[in-house]
Design a protein around this ligand. Structure first.
Ligand SMILES: Nc1ncnc2c1ncn2[C@@H]1O[C@H](COP(=O)(O)OP(=O)(O)OP(=O)(O)O)[C@@H](O)[C@H]1O
Ligand SMILES: [Mg+2]
Length: 576
């Protein structure tokens, strides 16, 4: 017998082999079970309470973030949901469901002893075929009957909103979202779409400002005497503090005569007045600063019938600057006309219980702000997430201009395509391609299950329709149990969203399938290695992995060897 080789530190736990792989798949499936019911227009929402705050959401990425998953393999699911959120914004539930279904389909192969590399290769091939097919099937904006880009964008936004809490108001929000995104011009920088949340009021009181809106900042005495409305105002943006400062903070002053003390105080006043005069002389009516504007300055500006606001947030300042053309100044000296901004109207307005500063009628403004209203905080938060999904979808559609039909139609069509190819393929690859093709059916099936339909019947109808080749855009009819042409029903989704979700899901499934060993280092959990000999206590992670704790496996070897405590021995693979 070869001696055991000490390789890993005491307390290290490893699990490996088939059992480990299967248990990783099981963990990922447990994650999918959580988000499964949220898919589609009839999907339910989840309420997650973290001890302090309750969140109600239908958004896959948000749920995955809040679930705080600790399982190392299942955390891959969180990553793909986040990446889908960043890339496309919508389709985060879809990507998690697809990835888990791919793994579920791979499980019997692994159990039967097929090498996971064969499954991975098959999945990659199937994914390539699927992406190719989506790109072939997708419909460009020019091919659409209406030939109107705006209609296309509104419908894509509408589909993204279908499954959300505010779906009843999609006719109200879809045009608003499209207006917000199209106002950005060519560069489509979504930072320039501000979303402000004001509690109270009905959701339909939400509105879009073609320009900038931000909540009234903290203000000092004298503010109420300032005018709150200007037509064609001149705007000055500063990064300067306008407050009377005791200069002793910045300089050391020595005086030999107490009478001279007054001259120092006077100098301090002179400095601030000089700054204020410069601002007034610039000709601006509205003076904004990132830093505080104190009571002296507020009163000074009020006397001259000017408006000022200090402590404007960075993002808002950037939007004002972009909308009005004002350039943020870090000094009050040497203002020229080109650093000043202009807009059609500035006003301070009451929105619900808050006062808002609105800049509208901006020339060539590439920014807009959506002010969301709603009864409860959770409702507004969820509306915000839904609007974010719709904004991202519109952005994607503007960029690529190609769409596919949703409601499971595109998934069924790809599934059929891959099945056809599988039938002409030989060997194990055929089985893997067939498994991939079946896994894609999870989307229509789940849409049916969530709507309370008989998924088996509906899926059979869909399979028949697609196999006959006369209904490539047939998907689940969510209003009336059965199937319908979802393209004609305007359930349109950007093709980029589908391509991204299929490729990300395949990659995630392949990643999990390629792991055959997990090593858990005690240091990574901040646990001290136990002093007593290899105790074989499976720790939680090891147990969750379903693998045997390595220490447990080695226990007998250690006992037999009569070694001292504090050692964990590990034999090389195949070392017996
Ligand atoms: N009117 C409709 N009829 C049928 N299916 C629809 C309809 N509207 C949307 N769908 C489908 O619902 C699915 C989207 O559901 P949902 O928005 O809940 O999940 P997601 O977009 O994957 O994730 P999330 O929105 O949480 O990021 C898509 O497959 C879409 O095609
Ligand atoms: Mg969605």
């Amino acid at each position: 017998m070869r001696p055991g080789i000490i390789l890993l530190k005491d307390g290290t736990d490893t699990s490996q082999g088939k059992g480990q792989l299967i248990s990783n798949i099981n963990a990922c499936q447990a994650v999918a079970e959580v988000v499964r019911t949220t898919l589609g227009p009839r999907g339910m929402d989840k309420l997650i309470h973290d001890g302090r705050k309750a969140t109600i959401s239908n958004d896959g990425a948000e749920l995955m973030k809040l679930l705080d998953i600790v399982h190392p393999a299942a955390s891959v699911m969180v990553d793909i949901a986040k990446s889908q959120d960043a890339m496309v914004g919508d389709g985060t539930t879809t990507v998690v469901l697809l990835a888990c279904e791919f793994m579920k389909m791979a499980k019997p192969f692994i159990e039967d002893g097929m090498h996971s590399m064969i499954v991975i290769r098959g999945f990659r091939e199937a994914c390539r075929l699927a992406v190719e097919k989506v790109n072939e099937l997708c419909v460009g904006a020019d091919d659409i009957v209406e030939k109107d880009r705006r209609v296309l964008l509104e419908r894509c936004a509408g589909t993204a909103l279908n499954s959300k809490l505010i779906s009843g108001h999609k006719k109200f929000f879809a045009p608003m979202v499209v207006d917000a995104v199209t106002s950005l011009g060519g560069d489509l920088n979504l930072d320039m779409v501000g979303v402000k949340k004001v509690g109270g009021g009905s959701v339909t009181e939400s509105f879009l400002v073609h320009g900038v809106a931000f909540k009234k900042t903290f203000s000092y005495a004298g503010f109420e005497q300032q005018p709150k409305k200007f037509k064609d105002p001149v705007i000055l943006c500063l990064n300067v503090e306008l407050e009377l400062k005791s200069e002793k903070e910045n300089a050391e002053v020595r005086i030999d005569d107490p009478d001279k003390y007054q001259s120092i105080v006077d100098a301090e006043w002179r400095i601030i007045f000089e700054k204020l005069e410069m601002c007034v002389e610039s000709g601006a009516n509205v003076i904004l600063s990132r830093l505080p504007i104190g009571d002296l300055a507020t009163q000074y500006f009020a006397d001259r019938k000017l408006f000022c606001a200090g402590r404007v947030s960075d993002a808002d300042m950037r939007r004002v600057s972009s909308a009005t053309g004002a350039k943020v100044q870090t000094s009050v000296f040497g203002f020229t006309d080109d650093v000043l901004g202009h807009c059609g109207l500035f006003e301070e307005k009451q929105v619900g219980g808050e006062r808002y500063n609105l800049f509208t009628g901006c020339p060539g403004a590439k920014t807009s702000t959506i002010v969301l209203r709603g009864g409860s905080e959770q409702f507004i938060e969820e509306s915000h997430r839904s609007i974010h999904d719709a904004i991202m979808v519109v952005k994607r559609t503007v960029q690529s201009s190609t769409i596919v039909a949703g409601g499971g139609a595109i998934e069924m069509e790809i599934s059929k395509h891959i099945k056809d190819i599988a039938m002409e393929t030989e060997g194990k690859l055929q089985l893997v391609l067939l498994a991939f093709s079946r896994a894609l059916e999870i989307i229509p099936r789940q849409l049916c299950d969530n709507a309370g339909f008989d998924s088996t019947t509906v899926l059979n109808m869909l399979r028949k329709k697609h196999a006959e080749g006369d209904g490539m855009w047939y998907g689940v009819d969510i209003d009336d149990e059965g199937i319908c042409d979802t393209f004609n029903k305007y359930v349109w989704e950007p093709a980029a969203s589908k391509v991204n979700s299929i490729s990300a899901a395949t990659e995630a499934a392949c990643l999990v399938l390629s792991v055959d060993e997990t090593v858990k280092n005690p240091k990574s959990e901040g646990v001290k290695p136990p002093g007593g000999g290899g105790g074989g206590r499976g720790n939680p992670v090891s147990r969750a992995m379903g693998g045997q704790g390595m220490r447990g496996m080695m226990q007998s070897a250690l006992a037999g060897g009569g070694r001292g405590s504090g050692y964990t021995a590990m034999k090389g693979r195949g070392g017996r």
